[in-house]
Design a protein around this ligand. Structure first.
Ligand SMILES: C[S@@+](CC[C@H](N)C(=O)[O-])C[C@H]1O[C@@H](n2cnc3c(N)ncnc32)[C@H](O)[C@@H]1O
Length: 243
């Protein structure tokens, strides 16, 4: 969707870092590593953004490919690649990319799902399944329709380093689409306005989609502490799936 593309090209590269700091990222990486058996496992960091997970995983010796379609991340990702040759990256659209290698683990972290409408979202999962080795692990962090519905407030504000980011959104309970308008205000001057449209899935829908693609042994966590393996997560849905 065009509005999502504009958001990821022009907004997320500059402001995405305000939503997650290094400490959050290292907790997420510790969680990921607790599901991997050994250092020889290869990882695909799908929709890697500016590579915050890839950076920490590469530093710990894992071989990783990061994929993101957003050109604005090129310099950041190139910097990681120069420091750690075990990190490679592609700036490309995963939906049209022909990936020849397969991986022991695929990561799809921090709300990187629901951008393409129902049938293409399902295709994303199918493509992930096809690039995983047998027995490979898919770690998928998203939020369910139920979670967003109960916690969604019309307007959210985040102030960081003199920059105010305002999110205002609406949730259509029939289509399960959430439309969010994002505005960054710097020194009281409004920068551009961006819109994201994301399709949400209920817990049961998500479970059915993952199973229909072929994933098994589905575990569901509430957050990255790994303490709350649960059936009805309150905060996030972190799925651990096996091919
Ligand atoms: C919410 S960000 C998450 C980034 C990263 N995983 C993190 O946790 O910081 C979602 C990312 O998905 C990327 N993306 C969306 N659709 C994509 C596609 N079809 N191919 C490659 N990247 C895509 C966007 O460019 C954006 O950087």
């Amino acid at each position: 969707m065009e509005s999502n593309n504009k958001f990821f090209n022009d907004f997320w590269p500059y402001f995405g870092g305000y939503f997650k700091n290094e400490l959050d990222t290292s907790k997420e990486v510790d969680f990921v590593l607790s599901h991997l058996e050994n250092k020889s496992m290869t990882i695909l960091d799908l929709f890697c953004g500016y590579g915050r997970h890839s950076y920490q995983l590469a530093m710990r010796g894992y071989s990783i490919l990061g994929i993101d379609k957003c050109n604005s991340y090129f310099l950041e990702l190139q910097k990681i690649n120069k420091m750690f040759p075990n990190f490679e990256f592609k700036i490309d659209d995963f939906l049209t990319l022909n990936i020849k290698s397969s991986y022991d683990c695929v990561l799809l972290l921090f709300g990187s799902f629901g951008y393409y409408g129902k049938s293409n979202d399902l295709n994303v999962l199918k493509m992930i399944f096809s690039v995983l080795n047998d027995g490979g692990i898919f770690i998928f962090d998203t939020r369910s329709f139920e979670q967003v519905k109960t916690s969604f407030v019309g307007i959210n504000e985040l102030i960081h380093g003199g920059i105010k980011i305002t999110q205002s959104g609406s949730l259509n309970s029939i289509t399960k689409e959430i439309k969010v308008k994002w505005v960054a205000t710097i020194d009281n001057i409004k920068t551009d306005t961006y819109t994201t449209i994301i399709t949400l899935y209920s817990l049961n829908e998500m479970k059915a989609m993952l199973s229909s693609v072929g994933f098994k042994e589905l575990y569901l966590y509430d957050d990255y502490t790994k303490e709350s393996l649960c059936l009805e997560p309150k905060k996030r849905c972190i799925w651990i799936c096996k091919k």
